[in-house]
Design a protein. Structure first.
Length: 77
């Protein structure tokens, strides 16, 4: 488990390559746009996500940080 803080007006720089892992999590505060493959999801506090071996990317368009509890299994970071 990782507590991830996404700085205001930051992004992942595009999609990250798929990896042999399952990712999931819940947004604790702020707002975050998450791309999973070709799907674009707009997360608000309390929203959760989960994906397996998919390309992904994120963007925080807000003026405040976004905080998520991110889980990766197996831990490949």
């Amino acid at each position: 488990m990782i507590r991830s803080t996404f700085a205001p007006r930051s992004n992942s720089g595009g999609h990250k390559a798929a990896r042999k892992a399952e990712d999931g999590g819940v947004l604790i505060s702020g707002k975050l746009t998450l791309w999973i493959g070709q799907l674009e999801v707009h997360l608000e506090p309390g929203d959760s996500f989960q994906f397996v071996e998919q390309m992904y990317g994120w963007r925080n368009d807000q003026d405040e940080p976004a905080v998520a509890l991110w889980i990766v299994s197996p831990p490949v970071y």
